[in-house]
Design a protein around this ligand. Structure first.
Ligand code: COI
Length: 441
C-alpha cells in the first residue's frame, strides 16, 4: 500500500518530478500540498445522475442550463478522478510502477490538476474554450485502456484474481462514466450552438449522447454491415489456422420494432464485438465449406429491459482444450492470468504494447473504429514497417482480448448483464440484457 505522502511514488509523476536535489524542499512541499488537495477531493462523494435526469435536463436547453452542465462536469470530474488516484495508490508498489499503470497514473494526476484549477464557466464563449479543453483531455486519455490492460496483465502475479478484476472493473466503469458525462456535455453544447455532429447522427431522436428512440434492429444491421465490409477485421487466421473466406449472414428476428432510450455507442460496441467473435468462430469452424450457417440475432422487448441474443454455430468453446485454467465462460472476461492465462501470452502483450503507444490504438466506439479504418496509414496488415506491433509479429487488428471484457462492462454498467452459454462442438449463445432508463454510476 502506498501512503499518501510517499514521495517515492509520486515523484515519478511528471507534474511533480523533482528537477534537481536543490529543489527537493520545494518538491516535498508541493507533494504535501497536492496530496492535501487529493484528500479533499477524494473525501467527496460523486454526484450520481440517472439517464432519465440527463435526458430531462438536456431536453430544453438554455444558455443558463448549458453553463450549469459545464460547471457540473468541471467540478464533478476531479472528484471522480481523485477516487481513482486513491485506488491506484492503494495498489502494491510493484504494480503502480509497471509500464502502463504508471502512464495512467500520470495521465490522471495531470487531468486532476487541470480540472481542479479550471476557473468557473460563466458564458457561452467560456464554454467553447472548456469544450476544447475537454476534447483535448478525451484525446489524451485514448490509450488508457490498453495501458491499464498491459500493466495489469504484467502485474497479474502480484494480485489475487478477485483484487485484480474488481480494481479493473472500478477503473473501467468510472472511466465510462467520466467519458459519458464529458461527451454528453460536448454533444449538448454542439446542439445548442447549431454545430453539426459527425459522431452522432440525427436519424433517431437524441438528447446529448442519449438516443431516446434507439432502434435496436438498425444498430445490429449497421454492425453486421460494417463487419461484412471489412472481413480482415474479423481476422484472417487464428493461431495458425487459416479461416474460411465466406462471412456468415446475420439474421435478425424477434421484436424487430424495439426502440428504447440508451447510449447508442454502448449498445453498438457490445453488438459489434459479439458479432465479430461469432463471425470469427463461424468462419473458422466452417472453413472447408462454401456455405456457412448464419448468425441469429434475436431481439426481445421485456417489461423492464431489452434482451438481445447472438447465436452462432461456430463450434462453441471446449474450455479444457482452450486452456486448462479457463473453466467458465465468465473467465474469458477476467483480466487475471489465473483465470485467463492468455493475458500473459507474449503476442497479446506485444499487441497491447504496440497500441498503448498510439493514442488511436484502441477504439471505444463503433464511430472511432470506422474513423480508424478511414485513416490512410491503416493498411490491411497493420501499421507501417516501424510499427512495434508489426515488429513483434502482430498486426494492427490482432486480438487484444479487450472486446469481450469491455462488452461485459458496458452491458453491466447501467445494470444490465452479459451471459455466455457455449455448446461445445456446436456454437455459442450470448445473452445481453439492457435495462430501460436507469441510473448512471
Ligand atoms: C479517461 O478517458 O480516462 C478520462 O478520465 C477522461 C476524462 C478525464 C474526460
Amino acid at each position: 500500500m502506498i501512503s499518501q505522502s510517499s514521495s517515492s511514488r509520486v515523484s515519478r509523476c511528471r507534474i511533480c518530478r523533482p528537477r534537481s536535489f536543490t529543489v527537493r524542499h520545494e518538491s516535498t512541499a508541493l507533494h504535501f500540498y497536492q496530496n492535501k488537495q487529493l484528500d479533499l477531493y477524494a473525501s467527496r462523494e460523486a454526484k450520481r445522475l440517472t439517464l432519465r435526469q440527463l435526458v430531462f435536463f438536456g431536453r430544453s436547453m438554455t444558455e443558463e442550463r448549458l453553463i450549469q452542465s459545464a460547471n457540473y462536469v468541471r467540478t464533478e470530474l476531479p472528484v471522480r478522478i481523485a477516487h481513482r488516484l486513491r485506488d491506484l495508490q492503494a495498489l502494491p508498489y510493484v504494480v503502480v510502477t509497471q509500464e502502463g499503470v504508471a502512464k495512467v497514473y500520470e495521465l490522471y494526476w495531470s487531468a486532476f490538476e487541470q480540472f481542479r484549477r479550471y476557473p468557473p464557466i460563466t458564458n457561452i464563449k467560456e464554454n467553447e474554450a472548456f469544450c476544447e479543453f475537454l476534447r483535448r483531455i478525451l484525446d489524451e486519455h485514448g490509450s488508457v485502456i490498453p495501458n491499464l490492460s498491459l500493466g495489469l496483465s504484467i502485474s497479474s502475479p502480484y494480485l489475487t484474481p478477485d483484487a485484480l478484476d474488481s480494481f479493473m472493473r472500478r477503473m473501467l466503469v468510472s472511466r465510462i462514466s467520466r467519458r459519458v458525462l464529458t461527451q454528453h456535455h460536448l454533444a449538448l453544447s454542439d446542439t445548442f450552438v447549431g454545430k453539426k455532429s459527425t459522431r452522432y447522427t440525427d436519424s433517431e431522436p437524441r438528447v446529448g449522447i442519449i438516443y431516446t428512440g434507439l432502434d435496436v434492429r438498425r444498430s445490429i444491421e449497421k454492425c453486421a454491415k460494417l463487419l461484412k465490409q471489412r472481413p480482415s477485421d474479423v481476422g484472417s487466421d487464428y493461431e495458425g489456422v487459416e479461416m474460411g473466406a465466406v462471412s456468415p449472414e446475420v439474421v435478425i428476428e424477434g421484436n424487430l420494432e424495439t426502440k428504447f432510450s440508451y447510449i447508442r455507442e454502448h449498445l453498438e460496441y457490445i453488438v459489434f464485438e459479439l458479432l465479430k467473435n461469432s463471425m470469427r468462430a463461424t468462419r473458422l469452424k466452417h472453413r472447408q465449406s462454401s456455405s456457412v450457417p448464419p448468425i441469429v440475432a434475436t431481439i426481445a422487448l421485456g417489461a423492464n429491459d431489452i434482451g438481445i441474443r447472438i447465436s452462432d454455430q461456430g463450434g462453441g468453446f471446449n474450455f479444457n482444450a482452450h486452456s486448462p485454467q479457463v473453466k467458465t465462460p465468465s473467465d474469458l472476461c477476467s483480466f487475471s492470468h489465473v483465470r485467463n492465462p492468455q493475458r500473459m501470452e507474449d503476442s497479446r502483450l506485444g499487441t497491447l504494447r504496440s497500441v498503448s503507444s498510439r493514442r488511436e490504438g484502441v477504439w471505444a466506439t463503433v464511430h472511432e473504429q470506422v474513423e480508424s479504418w478511414q485513416k490512410p496509414q491503416d493498411s490491411e496488415n497493420g501499421g507501417g514497417n516501424d510499427d512495434p506491433g508489426k515488429k513483434a509479429g502482430v498486426g494492427r487488428h490482432s486480438r487484444l482480448g479487450i472486446g469481450l471484457p469491455m462488452s461485459n462492462i458496458f452491458a453491466t454498467y447501467l445494470g444490465g448483464s452479459l451471459d455466455i452459454v457455449s455448446l461445445d462442438g456446436w456454437g455459442t449463445d450470448v445473452y445481453v440484457r439492457l435495462p430501460k432508463l436507469v441510473s448512471l454510476r
